[in-house]
Ligand binder design. Structure first.
Ligand code: ADP
Ligand code: MG
Length: 307
């Protein structure tokens, strides 16, 4: 099977998207954004052994490669439209490709996102996806913009993916899904447009990613560790261990955002599954844990960094 046969067989699907004039098969795709919209564009690479354990099922690799990109679009408040797939494969393994494409398109179809091109090369397994989505013109969620007094909210459970990674083959299928099939919070992101002051998706750990909001906004934050929405499986761990996974584990792909206190009821009504705010934005730079006595202790756990 040559490169072109591979593309045709596994990735070239007819797309009927209003924003796509020309899809796979030419030297470039041609897009037609609506005149009342802006486009958000992002790119993420997954490398075997680093972003997913060796031995991860092909369908889960395909799913996650797109999920992490859709999560970035969610964090901007964008409605996903399409993506490009740059694939490096050691060999044209049909069993792998079939599974990979099934997982990839399962998520793509669930959100109406079209694959409009890419590149295919031989090399160590790595998957790079570039995705784009639409924003109402002039609007987006940014990391900068958090204001003193804002509530800090975490859009979903944290720590499950990190626990699944630690447990390896011993993880239950439900827990393992946190790691392999993160659910990008696209509806939440779009619902936060014009409501949240700042937002980010949690990929490197809640503490590190909330830290990016604080740095970009020039403010600080204090969190209540007892308010963190821990994945239920973390209940089996001791408190310190559970908090470390929840704050520094990473791979959660939930949104973390800040809003004015007056907006909380509105958010809670629109997204009833979200748990109570986990903290508040303060003037003093840095990330702190609040004690009952009002004392601020610097949070020392930090997230994952590649370098
Ligand atoms: P070029 O040599 O002009 O870069 P290619 O031969 O690399 O063209 O690709 C041919 C067509 O197949 C292009 O439309 C490209 O976007 C598409 N394509 C290549 N690899 C992939 C892939 N992994 N998934 C989807 N489309 C792909
Ligand atoms: Mg090419």
């Amino acid at each position: 099977m040559n490169e072109f046969e591979l593309i045709r067989r596994y990735f070239d699907r007819t797309v009927a998207g209003a924003h796509c004039v020309l899809g796979i098969g030419d030297d470039a795709a041609v897009l037609r954004p609506r005149s009342d919209e802006d486009l958000a564009v992002c790119s993420d690479t997954l490398i075997a052994g680093r972003h997913f354990p060796h031995g991860t099922r092909a369908a889960d690799i395909g799913y996650k490669a797109l999920a992490v990109n859709l999560s970035d679009l969610a964090a901007m408040g964008a409605r996903p439209l399409g993506f490009l797939l740059n694939l490096s494969l050691p060999e044209a393994d049909e069993v792998f490709l079939q599974g990979f494409a099934a997982g990839l398109f399962e998520l793509a179809d669930a959100h109406g996102v079209a694959l409009l091109g890419g590149d295919t090369t031989r090399g160590p397994l790595s998957i790079s996806i570039t995705a784009w989505g639409a924003l109402p013109r002039g609007e987006c969620l940014r990391r900068a913009g958090a204001q003193v007094g804002d509530l800090i909210v975490c859009g979903g459970n944290v720590g499950g993916a990190a626990l699944a990674l630690r447990q390896g083959d011993a993880a239950t299928p439900d827990l393992r899904a946190c790691l392999d099939r993160p659910q990008p919070q696209l509806a939440l992101g779009q619902g936060l447009l014009a409501r949240a002051h700042a937002a980010i998706d949690v990929s490197d750990g809640l503490a590190a990613d909330l830290g990016h909001i604080l740095d970009a906004s020039g403010v600080g934050g204090v969190i209540d560790q007892d308010a963190l929405p821990l994945h239920p499986a973390l209940a089996m761990l001791d408190r310190e261990d559970a908090l470390a996974l929840a704050l520094a584990g990473g791979d959660d792909y939930v949104l973390c955002f800040t809003i004015a206190e007056a907006r909380w009821d509105e958010i809670k009504t629109a997204f009833p599954e979200i748990s109570a705010p986990i903290g508040r934005i303060i003037e003093k730079p840095g990330l702190y844990v609040g004690g009952a006595d009002g004392k601020l202790d610097p949070l020392t756990i930090s997230g994952f960094r590649h370098f």
